[in-house]
Design a protein around this ligand. Structure first.
Ligand code: FES
Length: 298
């Protein structure tokens, strides 16, 4: 492919825009010209945040999907920690495209050419024919900036994303989590949601309305059920929801095996731990690493 001269393309775009008549659409080259397409990709799509999908499309750990932005192909994967990450869909061995399906489920991301494999967090796992002494830590999938704004996924291909987006989630989240716009200010004595965000030494976490740390369970993978019953529920208390509770924003309602209701955040049922005795404690640790502190999506 012949290299496109972006400086010349910029000049051409400026010239076309200068003679554009108000009330008329852009001239044909904006839709047909390869150089203007490349300019659009470089100036807008490779530098700014682009909406690529929703968190609900990859609900479980191991859920993956691919998206294309111009010539770029990206993998978006939910890791074991339930975090969603984006990577270039390019193998670090010889640069081939790794995944071709739009969506899927995987324990690892495997390139079909020579079977190099990566975990869902992008680290290189296995690599055939790799030379001795090579630092595998440098050969993970190339990450791409991703932001999850109340379930809407945005990526930015630039190395340094524009800062304006950093303020956007805080502006958008309240209105996206209620039916009204703009959202009314919360009343002090009436909790707006079943859980709140608290800033702690461990970062931003979700707490119940008494300030107790909330947790998620790795075995709750369906998005609509809790697998913590009987003895498990004696140590991990489901975050109770009223019988007539309705989903709101990121919070959905799960019906437990005994018919009672509990809250889930982004399809992960929420629990408090019997090991925590006061707000601010986070002692809910398990040796199998199946329980995790619930964290807000932004
Ligand atoms: S190109 Fe991917 S394993 Fe070789």
């Amino acid at each position: 492919m012949t290299a496109i001269d972006l400086t010349a393309a910029r000049g051409k775009a400026a010239e076309l825009l200068a003679r554009r008549k108000r009330g008329f659409s852009l001239e044909a080259p904006f839709y047909l010209d390869d150089a203007l397409f490349e300019l659009d990709m470089a100036a807008i799509f490779a530098r700014h945040w682009v909406h690529v999908g929703t968190a609900a499309e990859i609900p479980d750990h191991g859920s993956v999907m691919t998206v294309d932005i111009g010539r770029y192909s990206l993998i978006i994967a939910r890791g074991r920690d339930m975090r969603i990450r984006a990577f270039h869909n390019v193998c670090r061995h010889r640069g081939s495209r790794i995944l071709t399906s739009r969506t899927g489920k995987a324990r690892s991301i495997v390139c079909r050419y020579h079977n190099w494999s990566y975990d869902l967090e992008g680290s290189l796992l296995d690599a055939e024919h790799i030379a001795a002494g090579i630092d595998r830590g440098c050969l993970g999938l190339k990450p791409v900036h991703l932001r999850d704004v109340s379930g809407l996924l945005f990526v930015c291909l630039a190395e340094e994303p524009p800062e304006d987006f950093e303020r956007a989630p805080l502006r958008q989240a309240p209105s996206m989590m209620t039916d009204e716009e703009p959202a009314p200010p919360p009343k002090k004595d009436v909790p707006l949601f079943p859980a709140q965000v608290a800033q702690t030494k461990k970062g931003a976490i979700l707490v119940d309305n008494k300030g107790m740390t909330l947790y998620t369970f790795d075995r709750d993978t369906s998005g609509s059920q809790s697998t913590c019953d009987a003895k498990c529920a004696e140590r991990w208390t489901p975050l109770a929801a009223p019988a007539d509770a309705q989903a709101k924003g990121d919070f959905t309602v799960v019906t437990r095996s005994d018919g009672s209701k509990m809250w889930a955040y982004r399809y992960r049922p929420l629990y408090t731990s019997q090991y925590d005795k006061a707000p601010g404690e986070a002692n809910g640790f398990d040796g199998a690493n199946l329980w995790h502190i619930a964290r807000p999506a932004f």
